[in-house]
Design a protein around this ligand. Structure first.
Ligand code: AMP
Ligand code: MN
Ligand code: MN
Ligand code: MN
Length: 284
């Protein structure tokens, strides 16, 4: 399969912090020309059966997916998994444990927002949540926009919910070893998501890529909404240096919030190994 395939291997439904159903996403992906799709809800596989069936009805080739929250060198890193067996017990249990602390964290976030005069944020965020096990910062962001505290979610993530700002609560997520192990153990391929989003030193970033490779991670998101062209070129170089395949995904969450729609991304640079060439036997 060519590197020019219109693959979109990173997207979210209302099973995590997206706003559309898996069925609406499958239709939107097909309408926008996606040729291979993956639904990658945060720390959750509950949408996979629906996505597989919806993609089948649309005639859209599909890979199972998730995006696991990981703590590494004091920051949160996201590891996308593609092509796993969504019923694999260690993966299912690992994700359940990773989701576990979210409600306590959300209550602490609301208490910190109360400190700056924002009342009732837990209940407000919860009104935007479809899956009670997956209350996220995005749901708080939607509440702060809805109540007029901020004009859009991008403003929320400048003024609130990030380190040093009201509503930020540090959290211990999965380890890199566990996340890569759950994905590969379930027959999938692990992918470092949007690497340009992290704020690592050069040494820390090198450590992330080398530990990830040593643990059996096989790919990096090179083309994604959060990357500029120079950033994509930089991580294409990382793929060559570490012998990793390259992935492509919009990280689409919501028509009103996401800057890049499903399937509307630059092509993967040539000469890289597209991650989908490692996953041909896993395509539904
Ligand atoms: P959580 O898993 O609860 O920490 O929430 C993380 C989610 O918040 C991400 O997956 C994004 O959807 C959203 N998010 C984080 N940072 C930003 C940002 N700077 N701009 C927009 N959305 C963000
Ligand atoms: Mn998200
Ligand atoms: Mn992410
Ligand atoms: Mn994402």
């Amino acid at each position: 399969m060519s590197h020019l395939l219109n693959a979109d291997l990173h997207s979210h439904s209302l099973v995590s912090d997206g706003t559309l159903t898996p069925e609406a996403l499958a239709r939107r992906a097909r309408e926008r020309g996606v040729e291979l799709w993956a639904l990658t809800d945060h720390d959750e596989l509950a949408g996979q059966a629906r996505a597989i069936e919806a993609a089948r009805q649309e005639g859209l080739p599909y890979l199972t997916g998730t995006e696991i929250s990981v703590s590494f060198a004091g920051q949160t890193v996201h590891i996308v998994g593609l092509g796993m067996d969504p019923d694999h017990p260690a993966l299912v249990e690992g994700l359940r444990a990773t989701r576990g602390g979210r409600e306590v964290r959300a209550r602490a976030m609301a208490a910190d927002l109360q400190r700056v005069g924002i009342e009732g944020a837990f209940e407000g965020a919860l009104r935007h949540v479809d899956n009670p096990e997956l209350i996220s910062r995005t749901h708080f962001a939607r509440h702060l926009v809805e109540t007029g505290v901020c004009s859009d979610t991008h403003e929320v993530f400048r003024r609130f919910l990030v380190e040093g700002k009201p509503g930020y609560v540090p959290h211990r997520w999965a380890s890199l070893r566990d996340a890569v192990g759950w994905i590969t153990g379930a027959g999938g391929v692990a992918v470092i998501a949007h690497p340009a989003r992290y704020r690592f030193t050069a040494n820390e970033e090198y450590a992330l890529f080398s530990e990830f490779s040593q643990l059996g991670g096989q790919a990096v998101e090179v083309v994604t909404a959060a990357h500029s062209a120079p950033e994509a070129a930089r991580y294409a170089d990382f793929c060559r240096e570490f012998g990793l395949a390259a992935s492509r995904g919009s990280d689409f969450h919501c028509p009103q919030e996401s800057r890049v729609d499903l399937g509307q991304l630059p092509d993967l640079p040539g000469e890289l190994t597209p991650v989908w060439t490692l996953l041909e036997s896993r395509i539904h």
